[in-house]
Design a binder for this molecule. Structure first.
Ligand code: 13P
Length: 245
């Protein structure tokens, strides 16, 4: 299984910066055994499509609305993402769960709508610090993964474990925590008859990428801040290649 290193730019990136970023990635950036993907803001999907595909980098979006079309001012449909060249769509990111208030029910509806047009969802799961401290991590993950219950296990899916307390904080989970939690997620996915990649996300950077990516059950990384600069993003990609070799 090829490891995936995906950059989630969140609400960052203007056209000039994005074009420069892609130029700085070089001619043939994706090493053997590693898949690269970028999730820029919606405004950069069309402009980046050709440049990324020429470099073998997959394109993804950070969110989607579940209706196919109509009077939903400000929303983007799954088919629009396909039309813009997206393969992936991030769903259930903690910033959408906790800032925007997305519920598991809404995320499930988005999951089904994304599959309906052939997108591959990257479903994010993860606990708050209070939940981890109270020993509830697995309960939270079980509940968040339960939206997969009864869905077709043949449909494409990637999971990203992103502990909320590790996102944008510089507090990375320890390798022991990552190993233990990924083992639980894989166990739960097996129970749900799902065999898919599980990425780790949360303050991944060039210094910690290799040790995180080497943890059993970690099949890639979802990178926020460190994906905004081509050199740090590429260092993480190289770490993934080293571990995969
Ligand atoms: P950071 O890498 O900035 O912590 O963000 C992680 C993340 O939320 C990726 O989706």
């Amino acid at each position: 299984m090829r490891r995936l290193v995906a950059g989630n730019w969140k609400m960052n990136g203007l056209l000039d910066e994005a074009m420069q970023f892609v130029a700085e990635l070089g001619e043939n950036p994706a090493p053997e055994h590693v898949e690269m993907a970028l999730m820029p803001p919606f405004t950069l999907l069309h402009p980046l499509r050709e440049a990324l595909s020429a470099k073998g980098i997959a394109l993804g979006a950070q969110n989607v609305y579940f209706e196919p079309k109509g009077a939903f001012t400000g929303s983007i449909s799954p088919l629009m993402l396909r039309d813009a060249g997206c393969h992936y769509v991030i769903l259930g990111h903690s910033e959408r769960r906790h800032i925007i208030g997305e519920t598991d029910d809404v995320i499930r509806t988005k999951l089904l709508a994304s599959w309906a047009v052939g997108l591959e969802p990257i479903l994010c799961v993860g606990e708050h610090l209070k939940e981890r401290e109270a020993g509830k991590t697995n309960d939270v993950l079980k509940r968040q993964l339960a939206i997969l219950e009864g869905t077709d296990s043949g449909l494409p899916l990637t999971i990203a474990y992103e502990p909320v307390w590790a996102i944008g904080t510089g507090h990375t989970a320890t390798t022991a925590q990552v190993t233990e939690t990924h083992a639980y997620i894989h166990e739960e996915l097996n129970r749900l008859h799902r065999h898919c990649r599980v990425l780790y996300g949360g303050s991944v950077n060039p210094a910690n990428a290799e040790s995180l990516l080497a943890c059993p059950g970690v099949e890639g990384a979802l990178v926020g801040g460190a994906s905004l600069k081509a050199d740090s993003f590429m260092e993480i990609v190289q770490a993934a290649a080293k571990v995969a070799a």
